[in-house]
Design a protein around this ligand. Structure first.
Ligand SMILES: C[S@@+](CC[C@H](N)C(=O)[O-])C[C@H]1O[C@@H](n2cnc3c(N)ncnc32)[C@H](O)[C@@H]1O
Length: 541
């Protein structure tokens, strides 16, 4: 069973439930399984969400942070806000200048223009101090007027076809069909098809290629399935509850500050945490992921739940429970080899000056992909640390190295794994690439690969052990101090009483156990116990 967990699940009789929290009850949220598959290039691309007008300048306006929140109304704009990313960005953010639209922005929703810059160009040098090697950056710029259509159900808006095997994505090519007519009744009646990825020549591919292809395929697949029919729906709900709790407890706006409450979601997947961001009332969201299909899905989710009617000038926004009340932008990029400015600035000029530092950096179910090399982890932590304000929090979920060590030390391996060592159950499995060390302590701490499978979510994808003490020591190097670390089952048991009445009814009921209590049980409990949540705080003042 899981690493550390106590066994006191939260009993249904212990608390009286209240109606679902409006912020969490509409769109289904996805657990740590936001996937999508077949990638495009290694560079960056982005989607900016506009405030409803089709003009370019108004899309820039939508990122104006200090003019949108009612509690900030009347406060002047501060165009040259200080940024931890230093003086690299333009002195006057270009998006303040209201430039005339140019032709390349006219084809909303169509396949975007791709600009490629080879390392050594002006852009890569500009940020070179954040990363040791020169980089190759390509950008896809696309702008799309925000959706005003409403959907009767999540299914109604789904679209697209299966990502072909090895698809090296057609970025954003489906944006123009997100509203296509869809027979959602037929969709609901269809049998659930469990996800399996189709990746050729795995052995010859690097991790980025496998991960991107996998998550692109996953994103395509899940668009055609009813989430509630997933065989791991309870685990998804449980994982989501954990993320609500972590973000709810540790993502905070700066006390006494009039800056917008901002979250940077690195490896954001399909935007499964947008609902959680609404739940904690953020004001700005920035999501980046290497899977372009996932990013496109995140954008679609956001734009379909965005505030539908902008309030008349100077009026407070109407609280429409079905809509997100924060600004958002999305970009495609490799968070482990590229810097945040490299990934954002080409598409959102001035964003670093204007929006950073942020209050929280979130990395959910993804940091294990970085532990292939120390360099990737350091690049990632540079991104985290430089993006955070002092006192800001770095919140994440990762596989537990304690859990893995226990499995190794107790030799709790499954049979039938050939000459490899494998542990797990019918829901999840971990197969070590090489013979694991007998004491379960991996030396050196990077590059310790295993293949992870989770039914209907992750199909034999390479991951790397994250030795927690290594992560802690590295975070300290980057000026971040550990505040919290706990196994998922313990987090749930300790925190759910506080959240039971705040989370949506669907989410809570979706965690009901066979004994009438709430939480994970049986094989699911072991599968969720594989993970821990952590919080680091950025030091300084
Ligand atoms: C398990 S999913 C989690 C998604 C999301 N954070 C959530 O909790 O729902 C892992 C995500 O990490 C992304 N990812 C993996 N390697 C990445 C990289 N180098 N840069 C950016 N994203 C990456 C994948 O594309 C995928 O969307």
């Amino acid at each position: 069973m899981s690493g550390s967990n106590s066994d006191s699940e939260f009993g249904s009789s212990e608390l009286k439930k209240e109606p679902a929290n409006s912020a969490t009850s509409s769109l289904p949220v996805r657990p740590g399984s936001n996937k999508g598959g077949g990638g495009s290039n290694n560079g960056t691309s982005a989607i900016r969400v506009t405030s409803g007008s089709s003009s370019l300048s108004s899309s820039y306006d939508s990122y104006r942070p200090r003019s949108r929140s009612s509690r900030r109304e009347g406060k002047p704009e501060v165009p040259g806000a200080t940024s931890v990313y230093g003086n690299e960005a333009q002195e006057v953010p270009s998006w303040v200048k209201k430039e005339k639209p140019v032709d390349k922005y006219d084809k909303y929703g169509a396949r975007p223009t791709v600009n490629s810059r080879v390392g050594g160009g002006e852009e890569s040098e500009r940020y070179s101090k954040y990363i040791s090697r020169s980089s190759t950056t390509s950008t896809n710029r696309v702008k799309r007027p925000y959706e005003e259509e409403e959907y009767n159900s999540e299914e109604e808006r789904r679209y697209g076809s299966e990502a072909p095997e090895n698809s090296e994505a057609a970025p954003y090519s489906n944006l123009d069909v997100v509203n296509q007519a869809h027979d959602h009744l037929a969709h609901q009646n269809r049998e659930y098809s469990t996800f399996r990825s189709h990746i050729n020549n795995r052995e010859e591919r690097d991790i980025n290629s496998i991960v991107r292809t996998h998550y692109n395929q996953r994103a395509h697949h899940s668009k055609k399935q009813l989430r509630k029919n997933s065989p791991i729906i309870k685990m998804r709900n449980f994982n989501n509850a954990i993320k609500y709790i972590l973000l709810g407890n540790f993502a905070k706006r700066e006390e006494g500050s009039d800056k917008p409450f901002t979250i940077l979601d690195l490896c954001c997947g399909k935007g499964g945490d947008l609902n959680k961001c609404q739940f904690i009332n953020i004001e700005q969201y920035i999501g980046i992921d290497i899977s372009d299909v996932s990013v496109k899905e995140a954008f679609a989710r956001y734009s379909q739940r965005r505030v539908r009617f902008r309030p008349a000038h100077n009026q407070a926004p109407k609280r429409d429970d079905l809509r997100f009340h924060f600004e958002a932008c999305f970009a495609t990029g490799d968070c482990f080899t590229k810097t945040v400015p490299e990934m954002l600035e080409p598409n959102f000029p001035g964003i670093i000056d204007k929006t950073f530092p942020v209050d929280t950096v979130s990395v959910q179910f993804a940091l294990h992909y970085a532990f292939e090399t120390e360099e990737k982890v350091r690049t990632f932590l540079t991104n985290v640390s430089r993006s955070l304000r002092p006192g800001g929090t770095f919140i994440g979920t990762i596989p537990s190295s304690d859990f893995i060590r226990k499995k190794i030390v107790t030799k709790s391996y499954l049979p039938n794994a050939g000459d490899k060592k494998r542990f797990g159950n019918s829901l999840y499995s971990v197969t070590f690439d090489k013979e694991p060390p007998e004491d379960g302590v991996f030396r050196p701490p990077f590059g310790n690969k295993y293949n992870y499978s989770l039914k209907d979510a992750i199909d034999d994808v390479p991951e790397y052990v994250v030795p927690f003490e290594t992560l802690r020591a590295l975070c300290e190097d980057y000026g971040m101090e550990l505040k919290y670390k706990k196994n998922f089952v313990d987090i749930f048991n300790q925190e759910i009483p506080k959240y039971f009445t705040r989370l949506s009814k669907n989410l809570i009921e979706g965690m009901k156990r066979s004994d009438g209590k709430y939480g994970a049980e049986g094989e699911e409990k072991e599968a969720v116990g594989f993970y821990i949540g952590f919080v680091f705080e950025k030091l300084g003042s």
